[in-house]
Design a protein around this ligand. Structure first.
Ligand code: SF4
Length: 391
């Protein structure tokens, strides 16, 4: 399993709550950035050598990848295909924001090979969209879902956010029920995090907005679990639900299963051959580093890296548990763990597992390949307490 992530750090404008690596008002740099990303792919493909695995998943994330046109998306897919190859039947996802889409553009993405669309809806309430500083309207959200269907997308995911300042349980229920009317194959549902230094944090600090209520957010999460289960969705990760196993995000599961992935672009992260790397966040610096890349580097190292860490075995095993437990349906397969590390997770983490079992946060469940360790219902609610055992 090998995944490629391409970061597109451009947005129409910056949302009030956002602390991602993304920039507004810099769209004139997009063509040069796309070329630089293809250049990074090409250099990494050469370093990986002929035996490199083809990509099972390719993911355009952002930022707002739908600010690219279909030709730019196709160009980056061609670059991926030429350097690593793309498996037949690979999952090719693109994050898109309403307000940057039309039917023709979506048809172009689909014709170019994108087969999964992740739409940043966040809310169906006009007032909540304004509070979040989203650049789209409720009507644009509705249109984008309709156009995505018309363009032939059979895998559509909707992103929603709850726990907004002043949001009532009923208002959240309304957004959720409205999302369900579209019967998306997948839903990503996140609790709003008030990040330091964001305009939203300042508005809360100076009393212009109420502080989100943690207990209310917990109720909203439980309501989400209940309503989505009733509508036939299975929760397979702390924040993700799918209509069936075939609709789960293969790309995101690759992160949680800590299988190798390559991150291309400004601020992108990679994990391969025990290296975890991070690229410089600035668009201009990223493009310059790729243009001036002269030294030969071993795969997956890139001239754009600002950080490189070679993980020891213990850290890799901890990450495997920490991230694998996020997969609420399947958790961590003991057979897979032992195939990968040559050790039994029950022995390596005997103390941690015993403590978590005593607190009823994890359980063993039987799967076709043997036992898996996963979070209990209580563990899902307080996931962070379980993950802390493996930090
Ligand atoms: S669209 Fe997404 S990445 Fe862009 S500013 Fe808003 S939250 Fe951040």
């Amino acid at each position: 399993m090998f995944s490629v992530y391409i970061h597109v750090p451009f947005c129409a404008r910056r949302c009030q709550y956002c602390d991602f690596i993304t920039y507004a008002g810099m769209l004139d740099l997009l063509p040069a950035y796309v070329n630089a990303a293809a250049g990074e792919l090409s250099r990494l493909g050469i370093a990986a050598g002929k035996g490199a695995a083809p990509a099972d998943t390719v993911y355009f994330g952002g930022g707002t990848p739908s600010l690219m046109n279909a030709r730019q998306v196709g160009f980056l897919l061609d670059a991926t295909s030429r350097t690593f190859g793309i498996e037949p039947g690979a999952e090719i996802s693109l994050e898109a924001n309403p307000g940057t889409l039309n039917l023709e553009k979506l048809e172009g993405f689909r014709a170019g090979g994108v087969n999964r669309l992740s739409l940043g809806i966040q809310s169906f309430s006009e007032a909540e969209l304004a509070l979040l500083g989203r650049s789209h309207s409720r009507l644009e959200a509705e249109e984008s879902i309709r156009w995505a269907r018309q363009a032939g997308f059979e895998q559509i995911s909707l992103d929603l956010i709850f726990g907004l300042p002043g949001q009532s349980l009923d208002a959240w229920r309304k957004t959720l029920l409205e999302a369900l009317q579209y019967y998306p194959q997948h839903l990503s549902v996140y609790s709003l995090i008030v990040e330091e230094g964001t305009p939203l944090e300042k508005q809360i600090a100076n009393g212009r907005l109420p502080k989100p209520d943690d207990d209310q957010a917990a109720d909203m999460y439980e309501l989400t679990q209940q309503l989505l289960a009733e509508a036939g969705y299975t929760q397979y990760e702390i924040s993700n639900w799918a209509l069936n196993e075939g609709c789960e995000s293969r790309h995101n599961k690759a992160y949680w299963k800590t299988t190798p992935y390559l991150g291309i672009g400004a601020g992108a992260h990679s994990f391969a051959r025990a290296w975890r790397t991070e690229n410089v966040p600035g668009i201009a610096e990223y493009c310059a580093r790729i243009a001036n890349w002269s030294e030969d580097l071993a795969f997956p190292l890139s001239a754009a890296n600002s950080q490189r860490t070679e993980l020891d075995l213990r850290t890799q095993m901890q990450e495997c548990m920490l991230l694998g437990l996020r997969l609420t349906r399947e958790g961590v397969s003991l057979a897979e763990f032992s195939r990968r590390f040559g050790l039994d997770a029950r022995e390596v983490f005997a103390v941690e597992i015993r403590r978590l079992q005593q607190r009823q946060l994890i359980e063993f469940a039987q799967f076709p390949d043997g036992p898996h360790i996963r979070l209990t219902r209580k563990g899902i609610i307080v996931g962070n307490q379980a993950f802390m055992e493996f930090v």
